[in-house]
Design a protein around this ligand. Structure first.
Ligand SMILES: [Zn+2]
Ligand SMILES: [Zn+2]
Length: 339
């Protein structure tokens, strides 16, 4: 079988390897069908993901069909369509005990710290697989993982009905957060530099779209919120300026949600945080978001029209990476298809 392996920074190969076998009683053998390409895959490829280790089979947005199960597997059956929950954790550390295994001390992410799904077959413990309705297209099922990232940011921001939400950035994470925030009943503002991305956000339910580089952005939002500011800011751009803007524009008792990995410091004053008693939270991967996202996909509440913009075969992985880098304006989500 084939797999996409990153040997080290900027060194990617398609390898022929042996098909993995069911060894553990709880192992499940899955035939891969679709794998989404995520920004973090690109970072692993370029050596700019500080958390990744090499060599690595990448891919953590994965869906496929169950081919074989270990003797004690109860959660899935042969023939089931499944999506991968990419985290495994110790279950004992402080974070795990607090119900936040996504930041476990010993966290291992499929496709980051251990080999992932960009290969024809893989095995995983049954607890890391979730069954999806088999009438769903593979193209819809594969969006479960990116949707959980959006769902997590909305959960971390404690978004509730009627809240004003500002999502900075109309890329894939921003759009997934938008979908989840709208399902919670929020009024959503979105910013971006790219007009076509803003229009796509509008089409997907954004109530107000705003040019990120407009000099009057802050005044404009303050006016639109009658001077209150934004209840929940979700920063899906993740540069120092967007974090700074979030703190500045958050309403009293508001929340700012960070998703960034940058180590460049932001220039943040304490005054607005104390005065407005802001909550500033990180949002990483997801905690317990798969069941809700899958049920929303299963019953078609969550529809992601035109979200997938390109598909490539596994042999074309280098072309795919190349295309994504050279055409950021044309790519929302690109997939690798397996047959
Ligand atoms: Zn991802
Ligand atoms: Zn733990």
């Amino acid at each position: 079988m084939k797999c996409v392996q990153v040997l080290g920074p900027n060194d990617l190969v398609i390898q022929e390897t042996e098909q993995p076998k069911v060894i553990d009683d709880h192992d499940v053998l899955v035939k891969t069908k679709r794998v989404g390409i995520c920004g973090s895959d690109m970072h692993i490829y370029h050596g700019t993901n500080p958390l990744a280790t090499y060599p690595r089979v990448i891919g953590h947005e994965v869906t496929g069909e169950v081919i074989e199960i270990g003797p004690n597997v109860t959660k899935v059956r042969v023939g089931d369509h499944v999506v991968v929950e990419p985290i495994s954790y110790c279950g004992e550390c402080y974070a795990c005990r607090k119900g936040r295994p996504n930041v476990c001390k010993q966290l291992s992410v499929f496709g980051v710290h251990e080999d992932g799904g960009m290969r024809d077959f893989f095995t995983l413990h049954e607890k890391q697989l979730h069954v999806v309705n088999s009438i769903l297209d593979w193209e819809d099922a594969v969006l479960a993982e990116p949707m959980t990232i959006g769902a997590q940011s909305v959960w971390r921001g404690n978004v509730e009905e009627g809240d004003s939400v500002l999502i900075q950035g109309c890329g894939p994470v921003g759009i997934c957060a938008l979908k989840m925030a709208k399902l919670k009943g929020a009024f959503v503002y979105m910013t971006d530099l790219d007009e076509s991305r803003l229009q796509f956000a509008k089409k997907n339910g954004a109530d107000v779209i705003l040019q990120a580089n407009d000099k009057n952005l802050v005044n404009n939002i303050m006016e639109k919120t009658r001077g209150e500011g934004i209840n929940v800011v979700i920063d899906a751009v993740c540069i120092p300026q967007t974090f700074e803007l979030g703190v500045r524009i958050a309403s009293p008792a508001g929340t700012v949600v960070c998703l960034g990995f940058t180590d460049i410091p932001s220039n943040i004053q304490q005054l607005p945080i104390t005065k407005n008693e802001l909550t500033i939270v990180g949002s990483r991967l997801q905690t317990n978001q798969f069941p809700e996202v899958i049920s929303l996909l299963n019953n078609r509440t969550l529809q992601m029209d035109e979200f997938i913009t390109q598909t490539f075969k596994i042999e074309e992985i280098k072309e795919a990476f190349d295309f994504i880098e050279k055409n950021p304006d044309k790519v929302r989500k690109a997939l690798i298809t397996f047959e």
